[in-house]
Design a protein around this ligand. Structure first.
Ligand code: SF4
Ligand code: SF4
Length: 113
């Protein structure tokens, strides 16, 4: 019998077999971008600085007479929120989406009571 109090937290397995934490290989994160068109003043900073070129200037005007950005290539959005950091008017922000594989795994785990 071994004492567990000083055990390193790297492996918590039975039978002496350690399970390495597998990091997903260089997989692009998925994200979503939200735009409040009425706050936008059409400066284009978000379009310029989006690293994956998600945004384009929309042809339509908002009620203030500016062209807001639109997510023309949403499939490329990583949710990094760089657009949100550059926007001077808090008119846009990005969020990261949960990994789809992880949500599938957790469904299988039923709670006992
Ligand atoms: S940075 Fe903000 S204000 Fe400028 S175009 Fe983008 S959403 Fe509009
Ligand atoms: S969250 Fe990141 S990837 Fe998505 S539109 Fe904004 S800057 Fe581009």
């Amino acid at each position: 019998m071994t004492q567990d109090s000083e055990k390193p937290k790297a492996a918590e397995t039975e039978g002496g077999e350690a399970v390495a934490q597998t990091k997903p290989a260089a997989k692009r994160r998925r994200g979503r971008v939200f735009i409040n068109e009425e706050r936008c003043k059409g400066c284009g900073l978000c379009i310029t600085f989006c690293p994956t070129h998600v945004l384009e200037r929309a042809a339509r005007f908002n009620t203030r007479g500016y062209h807001p950005p639109m997510a023309a290539h949403l499939e490329n959005c990583t949710g990094c929120d760089i657009c949100g950091h550059f926007c001077p008017d808090y008119a846009i922000y990005g969020v990261r989406l949960a990994e789809p594989d992880k949500t599938k795994e957790s469904k299988d785990d039923s709670s006992k009571d």
